[in-house]
Design a protein around this ligand. Structure first.
Ligand code: NAD
Length: 365
């Protein structure tokens, strides 16, 4: 396959779709990789490293010339998408549910597209799962941001001046990001706890040394292992339990999400008002409306002495490792699409390819 790696154009995006390590593996497998100049610089991967890995580094035009597969992190701008070669396959985090104009444009141009968000969450596709790799990093970073914003330290510390008590960290939504946040907070010495509506999570939370906040008769696991929206009674019981628990917490990381729905509202302004001054909420659900009523996406809000952070796209703030992990996800996708002879085979009937294919044969699927 002839594979092109483009430099990301979105503001603040420092990741790159393939790193030299993954390029070397593709080249070894017989593929040709062309990389746009400085594509990996912001993530700490220089052009020389790509060249040493066997890539050809050049202008965007040179990278795209005769490309069969174009790999990227974010969806391309309209101008960039118009440069994609007719008949090529674009692989990226395309946000297909929010990208109708882009998908139409790709279809009109005869470019096929695979959305990395649509990798099925099955054991077979695990190595391709970019949402998981990026959410894990976001969960880790959320705790670091919260720790910096806190007016206290996370671990217990004993000095000649006496002992400082450890902070209490509470995670709401213990999925991929939430479990990583729990593990990180505990490594930093906090006393940890978590709540989730999926009963299966309790054991995972406890295995990370955290307490699970129980809410009787709440179990909302739906198809594919994802959470479902809560009924009115369940929601009331959940809010009551969270309100009771929040009063004693210092750092709260919220990640609760239900696929295709706005983020569930789990921390009200009133609950924030009852928290200890100096405490911090890091709301990873900010992009879909926030789990906290006071969150503003991409901003930091101070209310009743509590700091509420609503960061967007935290994985992009750890570009080196986020690119390394994303690159391995892309590598696994490319391996899945490659025939034994190294040719591209796009089979819409395949369980994984079919789920990811959002534009094919001039049509948006
Ligand atoms: P997500 O981002 O959709 O949601 C984050 C968490 O919020 C989930 O744990 C969810 O249960 C929780 N949540 C939703 N509503 C809530 C509420 N009202 N109160 C509290 N918590 C709430 O989920 P995710 O992190 O992407 O993972 C979802 C599931 O997929 C998990 O079961 C995970 O183990 C599974 N998964 C499987 C694979 C695989 O098999 N390859 C890969 C990744 C994830």
């Amino acid at each position: 396959m002839q594979i092109a790696v483009l430099r990301e154009s979105a503001a603040g995006e420092r990741r790159v779709a393939l790193v030299p390590e993954t390029v070397a593996r593709l080249v070894k497998a017989g593929h040709e990789v062309r990389v746009e100049r400085e594509a990996g610089v912001a993530a700490g991967f220089g052009d020389e490293a790509y060249a040493a890995a066997g890539a050809r580094v050049g202008t965007v035009g040179e990278a795209l010339d005769r490309a069969e597969v174009v790999v990227a992190v974010c969806r391309p701008s309209p101008e960039a998408s118009d440069r994609l070669p007719r008949g090529a396959l674009l692989v990226a985090l395309l946000q297909p549910d929010r990208s109708a104009p882009l998908l139409d444009r790709l279809a009109a141009r005869g470019v096929d597209a695979l959305a990395m968000e649509k990798v099925p969450r099955t054991t077979r596709a695990q190595a391709m799962d970019a949402l998981t790799s990026q959410a894990s990093l976001a969960g880790y970073k959320a705790v670091l941001l919260g720790a910096v914003a806190l007016s206290r330290i996370l671990p217990m510390m004993t000095t000649a001046a006496g002992t400082l008590a450890p902070a209490r960290a509470f995670v709401i939504g213990a999925g991929v990001a939430g479990l990583q946040a729990l593990a990180t907070a505990r490594r930093l010495g906090a006393i940890t706890s978590a709540f989730d509506v999926r009963p299966a999570v309790k054991e995972q939370v406890q295995s990370l040394g955290a307490a699970f906040v129980e809410v009787p008769a709440v179990a909302a696991e739906g198809p594919g292992g994802y959470a479902q929206e809560l009924g009115r009674d369940e929601q009331a019981r959940v809010l009551e339990a969270i309100a009771g628990h929040l009063k004693d917490q210092d750092l709260v990381v919220t990640t609760a999400a239900v696929p295709g729905k706005p983020a569930p509202r789990l921390v009200t302004a009133r609950m924030v008002g009852a928290m200890r001054p100096g405490s911090v909420i890091v709301d990873l659900a900010a992009e879909t409306g926030g789990n906290c009523e006071l969150t503003r996406a991409g901003e930091t809000v101070e209310a009743h002495g509590v700091t509420i952070l609503g960061p967007l796209d935290l994985a992009a703030t750890i570009p080196h490792h986020a690119s390394q992990a994303y690159g391995r996800n892309v590598l696994a996708v490319l391996a899945h699409l490659s025939t034994a002879e190294g040719a591209l085979r796009l089979d819409p009937a395949d369980e994984i390819t079919g789920a990811m294919l959002v534009v094919h044969d001039g049509r948006v699927r």
